[in-house]
Design a protein around this ligand. Structure first.
Ligand SMILES: *Cc1c(COP(=O)(O)O)cnc(C)c1O
Length: 390
């Protein structure tokens, strides 16, 4: 089938929830992908910050193939080696003590909120302005997109209160005797690539300790090397009580998880939470490879070096063009705020062979595979310069 035929069929049969770009992707290699018509693209979206090792990574592909021949799924009723080995690796590398596997970011956040409510026995959760934590009813309750939750207003769960991202005073004022936790992204992705200060996060950590409320960091987008450290909260030198993850964890296979401290993890006992698919051997085999690559000598150094280079080059464009209001980000999560809507740029970039996207209407978001090189950045900068000058 050709591109138009496939688009027509999808438009007829899929429940109409996505606005898609009019290309049908077929295969990839490293940072590049090709559509079924043979057009080549630099993938600066990476499946929305998911394909951290790029496409067709030999070790990742081999691990998935080998595991598929042994076992794909067994349910959570039995032990499996890849998931157990992975849990130990991840916990040894972080300040957490226990893991619960999930299949997606929203599912991880939903579980984290359940755990915080159960552990504390309290009833209120704080969330931030411009946040994004998922599309289930519970995660919409902590997502600052009222237009997504408005149709369900009568069915929205209670006990969620919005505070201002990066503003400690606003959080202090919102805390009551019933506050169980705050859920927060160390760096906001969907909200427009926003990076608060270390002072804010250190202050938040102290405030949570003082008031006895749990700090839940949502690292679904910022984790797994994206911000130049294994997890973005490490940049702020804080120790949260709970962390959620997904996106980059398996390099493209659907997987997620919740990490918690020993103490907070006691909130759940058998029967309190569950899942059929999560932590299966196939996805865990993939996650092991991703973890080994991310923690290999020099890998994160490259993310920082290429990320800083990228930002420097974008700042040069900002000096040249009034259209760029701000350049921000850490590592390889980079946002460019424009003084006008950015949708048109997404199309123009695609026509030039670059896949990117736009959040909050006017922030171009660049989240390429973490294996991106300075040469790849140069290619994008040249294209951006041409677009801005025309
Ligand atoms: C993408 C995202 C989610 C939702 O993850 P899904 O896997 O789409 O459910 C939650 N939190 C953050 C910060 C995200 O970027």
């Amino acid at each position: 089938m050709n591109t138009q035929e496939l688009i027509d069929i999808e438009d007829k049969y899929f429940i109409n929830t996505f606005t898609r770009q009019p290309i049908v992707l077929d295969h990839g290699e490293g940072i590049k992908v090709w559509d079924i018509d043979g057009n080549e693209y630099y993938d600066f979206l990476a499946g929305i910050a998911v394909n951290c090792l790029g496409h067709n990574h030999p070790r990742l592909v081999k691990a998935i193939q080998d595991q598929a021949e042994k076992l794909i799924h067994i349910s959570s009723i039995y032990y499996n080696e890849p998931a157990t080995v992975y849990a130990k690796k991840l916990i040894d590398a972080t300040s957490f003590d226990r893991i619960f596997y999930s299949n997606s970011g929203a599912e991880a956040n939903e579980g984290a909120i359940k755990l915080a409510l159960k552990y504390t026995g309290k009833s209120e959760i704080l969330y931030c302005g411009s946040s994004f934590h998922g599309r289930t009813i519970l995660t919409l309750a902590v997502t600052d997109h009222p237009e997504y939750s408005a149709p369900y207003a009568k069915n929205m769960p209670k006990g969620f209160k919005k505070v201002e991202y990066g503003n400690l005073e606003s959080i202090k004022e919102a805390i009551t005797a019933e506050t169980a936790a705050i859920i927060i992204e160390p760096i906001q992705g969907e909200g427009g690539v926003n990076v608060p200060s270390k002072e804010f996060f250190k202050g938040l950590e102290s405030l949570c300790k003082e008031k006895g409320i749990l700090l839940i960091v949502d690292e679904v987008q910022s984790g797994f090397g994206r911000a130049g450290s294994l997890f973005a909260h490490e940049l702020f030198d804080i120790k949260p009580d709970i962390m959620t993850m997904a996106k980059g964890i398996g390099g493209g296979v659907p997987m997620g998880g919740i990490l918690a401290t020993e103490e907070v993890a006691t909130g759940f006992v058998p029967g309190d939470h569950g899942t059929t698919f999560a932590g299966g051997p196939l996805v865990a085999a993939a996650a092991n490879v991703v973890f080994d690559e991310l923690t290999s000598e020099g890998f994160l150094d490259n993310v920082n070096e290429v990320g800083n280079y990228f930002k420097d080059e974008l700042i040069k464009l900002q000096e040249k063009y009034d259209l760029i209001a701000e350049v921000r980000g850490k590592g390889l999560i980079v946002g460019v705020e424009l003084t006008q809507p950015g949708g048109e740029f997404v199309d123009k970039f695609r026509e030039k062979g670059f896949l990117i996207n736009c959040t909050v209407g006017n922030v171009l978001r660049f989240v390429p595979p973490l294996i991106a090189s300075k040469e790849d950045i140069d290619k994008l900068i040249v294209a951006f310069d041409e677009l801005l000058s025309s």
